[in-house]
Design a protein around this ligand. Structure first.
Ligand code: ADP
Ligand code: MG
Length: 307
């Protein structure tokens, strides 16, 4: 047995992204796949003007929610986390496949509430539920596969940010789980539509694993670095810098704008919240400038990981 095999015996040694990279190596190279593993959604050829977007997100009892929480809101979360990924590509959601694993003793009232939450969000965002799967499971698990569309000219990816671009977010960060915001957040579809129609970002993604982790993914995909500034990072009340950087499930958009577009956006009055937090740089370093005047090179990768 090689040393590598000896030292990588558990899933925790590999990590969530180590596992995803392993799976990525098995991916094919069909010409219809515009974008496979690595962005917020997969992108497929569709019509002459549109791409089709596909994403799937699974949430599970005792990992993403627990039984003390409101079942209708758990339904919101299941749907909205997927919608957030479609918004991150500049698209609009269209169709959903809904799969549920339900414990044998689950109360019908809970299942009804859950479905109510899911269908309420589906209606709100004009999504048609077109199928799914239902199984018995030890714990409650919900998986939604969401299909969306995007005009080819509106598609925004993670890999296209450039040095000099400004880095922005659509909202305040941190303590999403503790505060309950992870259940009730509004996916930033309106913000995404406003941006792609008026200030098309050079890159974008949604924040599900913490700014530190997710920014790192985007920078890596784009092959650049960044300088970000502690005092500019919008945080919810009672949120530490560490929590703003490394808590997951903010579901805000992280996006990059050319300096010209960022300047224009600053000057116009918009009903949305956009906050500049830094700038993209050449090289691979991501530096965080602290309020005390010192700077530190951020060793990213401490955000939420499932393993
Ligand atoms: P997001 O937080 O935007 O949903 P993830 O961090 O979950 O994205 O996943 C990153 C990328 O890896 C995405 O492109 C996703 O489709 C892909 N991915 C995640 N898990 C798997 C898996 N089990 N098999 C194949 N691709 C996966
Ligand atoms: Mg995402």
């Amino acid at each position: 047995m090689s040393t590598q095999h000896k030292s990588l015996r558990r899933l925790t040694d590999l990590g969530e992204f180590g596992l995803i990279n392993k799976i990525k190596k098995l991916a094919g190279s069909s010409s219809e796949v515009v974008c496979g593993i690595g962005d917020d959604t997969a992108v497929l050829s569709h019509t002459s003007k549109m791409y089709r977007l596909l994403t799937t997100d699974m949430i599970s009892e005792d990992v993403h929610f627990n039984r003390t929480m409101n079942f209708k809101e758990i339904g919101f979360k299941a749907m909205n986390s997927n919608i957030s990924d479609i918004a991150a590509m500049g698209g609009l959601p269209r169709f959903a496949l809904l799969s549920i694993g339900i414990p044998l003793k689950e109360k019908l009232r809970n299942v009804d509430e859950l479905i109510k939450g899911i269908s309420q969000q589906a209606k709100k965002f004009s999504i048609e539920i077109i199928g799914g799967d239902t199984i018995r499971s030890e714990k409650l698990v919900i998986n939604i596969c969401l299909i969306g569309d995007v005009f080819k000219k509106h598609l925004v990816r993670r890999s296209t940010a450039k040095a000099g671009d400004k880095i922005l977010v659509t909202g305040h960060l941190g303590r999403s789980y503790q505060s309950g915001r992870h259940l009730t957040f509004i996916p930033r579809v309106k913000e995404s539509q406003f941006l792609i129609n008026n200030f098309k970002p050079s890159a974008m993604m949604d924040l599900s694993d913490g700014l530190g982790n997710d920014l790192n993914h985007l920078l890596k995909a784009s092959g650049i670095g960044a300088n970000i500034f502690e005092e500019k990072i919008p945080r919810h009340k009672r949120v530490s810098l560490k929590q703003a950087l490394y808590d997951g499930e903010d579901f805000e958009l992280l996006f990059m704008l050319s300096p010209q577009k960022a300047n224009k956006l600053k000057k116009i009055k918009s009903k949305f919240f956009f906050k500049e937090i830094g700038v993209c740089t050449k090289g691979k370093k991501c530096q965080l400038f602290l309020e005390d005047g010192t700077n530190q090179i951020v060793v990213f990768g401490e955000g939420f990981q499932h393993f």
